[in-house]
Unconditional design. Structure first.
Length: 257
């Protein structure tokens, strides 16, 4: 009797394990990406075309010599962030990209597509600006790092960065082989060797989304002296930019020599 019950329990566990694993695999991009609504702003913009897909770019503070490309988090609205970013970085023309499926952009988000659009944005902006710095937050840190590894960048700012989505997923779902199941891996740490720009890493003291260990592993991969780091006290992953110190240190870093 006990042997039979043990077999039933084992079978139930296996079936449950497989069912949950299959659900995570099928829904992984729904878990990773959280597209934001299309919100109209007073800022101008332009569209990057890739076949039938349109990627919308918000332009803030037009007319400045130096430019900043900013790539947001997986649930961050560029339209909602526009006013605040424009006010906090008044000496730079800023370009904010709606990922595919986000805001005014069409298509569906994926790592390959977002990287492709990010490089296209850089190449477009390079036609007008000689000096380009890049900022990225959360998921956007991988996009920013990818561009910095493949293009000439003056400064690179990474806010709440991680080493890879694979390692984060493995931490959250330890029973499943994340490296085999993930379609979008965002292995930010693998781009470090090709990044030449001076880099600034900003962490939140109480970040519950990206564990400190993931950011520290990334920092350790950079060449000695290449990275400046700071921790915003009493803030978490979501509210880090609400702190008055946040944009001040960003201004000091990007606007410095």
């Amino acid at each position: 009797m006990l042997k039979r019950l043990s077999k039933i329990a084992l079978m139930a566990f296996v079936l449950g394990y497989v069912a949950i694993g299959a659900l995570l695999y099928v829904k992984q991009r729904d878990i990773l990406y959280h597209p934001t609504p299309d919100i109209q702003t007073d800022y101008k913009g332009f569209v990057l075309k890739d076949g039938n897909v349109s990627t919308y770019i918000h332009i803030l503070n037009e007319g400045h010599k130096n430019a900043i490309l900013y790539f947001g988090g997986n649930a961050e609205s560029m339209a909602k962030s526009s006013d605040y970013i424009a006010q906090q970085l008044p000496e730079f023309t800023c370009y904010l990209m709606d990922y595919r499926g986000y805001g005014s952009s069409t298509g569906k988000p994926s790592e390959e597509a977002i990287y492709k659009d990010a490089l296209a944005l850089y190449d477009k902006v390079k036609e007008k600006h000689a000096r380009i710095s890049i900022g990225g937050r959360s998921l956007g840190t991988s996009v920013a790092a990818y561009v910095a590894a493949h293009r000439e960048v003056i400064k690179l700012a990474l806010i709440t960065p991680f080493d890879s989505i694979v390692s984060i997923a493995q931490e959250r779902y330890p029973l499943y082989p994340a490296s085999l199941l993930l379609k979008d891996t965002y292995k930010l740490i693998s781009y470090v060797k090709d990044i030449k720009a001076k880099t600034f890493v900003v962490m939140a003291e109480y970040d519950k989304v990206v564990s400190k260990s993931h950011s520290l592993r990334l920092i350790k991969a950079f060449k000695k002296g290449q990275v400046v780091t700071t921790v915003i006290k009493n803030r978490g992953h979501i509210d880090i930019s609400d702190d008055e110190r946040y944009y001040k240190i960003m201004q000091d870093f990007i606007g410095g020599g």
